[in-house]
Design a protein around this ligand. Structure first.
Ligand SMILES: [Zn+2]
Length: 673
């Protein structure tokens, strides 16, 4: 297949240097630590939607403690029945509907192969002793305890009684630190009708979370494992995936990794994909795909899309042409040779908008108006996950802020750099930026719950969206507008490069901010993420009057003089503005005074204190005062009180963000019940 000729043989990450001018001063790791390798073969029956899979998993105990058990995730079982943890969490949001056809995974065999096994048996089938279901103490779906390091622990309260997504597999003997074992696996998947992220529709198949997958053993020897919760995503170790897919010859396949073998035999298409330095593998097969190929910034990009979507595919490629090199320069070079972008068919739109290593799914209707940038935004967002999820493999149950929050920030920032104020829509002169919408959404929920909490601790899908996505993005955008885009790029870039192929927690993100931007900014970020921090700047009082001679009785030069009130002065005006910072976040702001002669004066307020009175004496009367005139603090809870006039009137025509906020509030009101 010529189109893959430049994809490299194995998609090995080269030791490329960061591009000149890249922000951040650290060179990211060239490779991940190889903890778990999967060699799998999968055969798809497109009419029954059953996949037969088998192969081996090679796992190394990289922790400090002997492993007495394994934890295996069978996340396809989230769609097996209504008693799965996923289906029981009725919190709205994506994937809330019951699948029209159930999906599940049956493990046929899970055998431990070890030549030097202590009990002399070279192969032991572990599956008969596996605990597929366990009684939860109170029969309820319980939250995962999270220890101080932010890692979901395995200390009780895990599995719902009927949930079959998180399986404990006792071992016949302990696997010592540093030891390597091979597991032989065989399994059958029945794909659901597309629910969320995964499944089939007609002959379209999007196959994610489809194989028995080891949870991650933390360095301290505790397994970080959890059921497939409704709002949570995933967490796993890095390794090499070598997967051979066997589908009908008429099907086009897209998958994680580089295509290294392709042949057609006996009416079947056999394609083998290999990728190092990744922690998951997803694939798609459909007999109606159209495809486009392009080399973007040294990466072989394949776009798979439905018939009739060529124009939209062109828009998505244009977004990638901007975002792929942009993200590489900002967060460290994309470390893989390939990227596959899947646009699912309209009836399987639920498979869209999802990230896997080197494979993302996007979405949007073929008729999407050119001025509505939804398809571009989804594409840029999912691409951003190649950093914040893909190469920085955080625990997505414990800290969704680190994958979804940072990705949302990466998205709004990239869209603004690419499309400016019109990065959400641009129709008939009405422009709205992606980030303006985020600010409104984030402010709506700020008092409700913290941003940095486990995914399954959120009350609703709406709160999760407003806080994890919108609040994080608008906070970081505020930091960029207040302290400079370069500083934020360096802070997030330092975090992204330092923890490439790692598993950091929020402390390490805050630490990077402290290092680059100082302890005050780090404290602000911590408060905003963990303590529901908020801020509202306001012009509280404003006055201006002609200066008069001070009245009273004065003893001067041996004489006593009485000056009555209202005695004219020298024609100067005395003006004063009282501004307040409400809430527990603090960003320095400008205060702009506008005078009757048309002149303006800007004062800088560090806003460490809760209020400040600005006094001014000059030849003209004060007409208006505004706090933060450039809309830098986009997380300001109420921008309507940022303006003041001595006569109480409205100051002046609101600026861009005000217009945007107004339109978004109208839209939200119109859409809300
Ligand atoms: Zn996302």
């Amino acid at each position: 297949l010529g189109v893959f000729a430049d994809a490299g043989v194995l998609g090995v990450a080269g030791a490329r240097e960061p591009p000149v001018g890249a922000v951040g001063n650290e060179t990211p790791a060239a490779h991940a630590e190889d903890v778990v390798d999967y060699v799998l073969r999968a055969t798809l029956d497109p009419t029954t939607h059953i996949i037969h899979g088998d192969g081996t998993i090679t796992w190394r105990n990289k922790s400090i403690a002997p492993a007495q058990e394994l934890w295996i995730h069978l996340y396809l079982n989230a769609f097996k029945n209504q008693l799965s943890a996923f289906m029981r969490e009725h919190i709205g949001g994506r994937g809330s509907s019951t699948p029209e056809e159930w999906g599940w995974i049956d493990v046929r065999r899970l055998a431990l192969r070890r030549a030097d096994s202590p009990d002399g048996a070279p192969v032991i089938d572990l599956w008969p002793r596996a605990e597929l279901r366990r009684e939860a103490p109170d029969g309820q779906v319980t939250a995962d305890p999270v220890d101080a390091s932010g890692i979901a622990s395995d200390a009780g309260g895990h599995a719902a009684d009927e949930d079959e997504t998180d399986v404990r597999v006792p071992l016949p003997y302990a696997i010592a630190p540093g030891q390597e074992v091979v597991l032989e696996v065989a399994f059958d998947d029945k794909l659901p009708q597309v629910v969320e992220r995964t499944g089939y529709h007609g002959s379209f198949h999007m196959v994610g979370q489809w194989f028995p997958k080891l949870a991650r053993l933390e360095p301290n020897g505790r397994w970080a494992h959890f059921p497939f919760h409704h709002l949570s995503e995933f967490y796993a170790d890095f390794g090499t995936y070598d997967v051979t897919l066997d589908v009908p010859a008429a099907f086009t396949v897209g998958a994680t990794g580089a295509l290294v073998e392709s042949r057609v035999a006996d009416g079947r298409r056999i394609e083998r994909f290999v990728q190092h330095d990744v922690h998951d593998f997803a694939w798609t097969a459909w007999d109606r795909y159209r495809s486009a190929h392009e080399n973007i910034d040294g990466v072989a990009v394949t776009l798979l899309y439905p018939p009739g979507y060529a124009r939209l595919a062109g828009r998505e490629l244009a977004a990638l042409r901007f975002a792929l090199p942009y993200f590489s320069s900002r967060y460290g070079r994309y470390p893989y040779d390939v990227l596959t972008v899947v646009h699912p068919p309209h009836d399987a739109a639920e498979a869209g908008g999802m990230e896997y290593p080197t494979l993302i799914t996007t979405g949007g209707a073929w008729w999407a108006l050119p001025g509505v940038l939804g398809p571009e935004i989804v594409t840029v967002h999912e691409l951003g996950h190649q950093w914040f999820y893909g190469t920085i493999a955080t625990n997505e149950l414990a800290w969704p802020v680190l994958d979804e929050g940072l990705t949302e920030y990466a998205e709004v920032d990239a869209m603004a750099k690419w499309r400016g104020e019109a990065s959400l829509f641009d129709i008939g002169g009405l422009e709205l930026s992606d980030v303006a919408a985020e600010a409104v959404g984030g402010n709506m929920a700020v008092h409700d719950e913290p941003v940095a909490q486990p995914a399954n601790a959120f009350s609703s899908g709406a709160a999760y969206g407003r806080l994890v996505y919108a609040r994080t993005a608008s906070l970081l955008e505020t930091c960029a507008r207040v302290y400079g885009d370069e500083a934020v790029a360096r802070a997030v870039g330092t975090y992204a490069r330092r923890y490439r192929f790692g598993h950091p927690n929020p402390e390490q993100l805050v630490g990077a901010f402290a290092e680059v931007m100082g302890p005050e900014v780090a404290a602000t970020l911590r408060s905003a993420l963990f303590d529901k921090g908020w801020v509202d700047y306001a012009v509280d009082e404003i006055s201006t009057h002609k200066a008069e001679r001070p009245a009273g009785v004065f003893d001067r030069d041996g004489k006593r003089e009485t000056v009555g009130p209202g005695t004219g002065g020298d024609g100067r005006w005395e003006s004063a503005v009282l501004v307040r910072r409400r809430g527990n976040l603090s960003f320095p702001v400008d205060v702009e005074l506008t005078f009757g002669d048309g002149s303006t004066k800007r004062e800088r307020w560090d806003a460490v204190e809760e209020w400040k009175r600005f006094e001014h004496s000059g030849p003209a009367e004060l007409r208006a005062a505004v706090v933060d005139p450039d809309d830098r603090v986009i997380v300001d809870m109420n921008r309507a009180n940022n303006f003041g006039r001595p006569d109480g009137g409205v100051a002046w025509a609101p600026r861009t963000l005000e217009r945007a906020t107004y339109w978004i509030q109208l839209a939200i009101q119109a859409l809300s019940p």
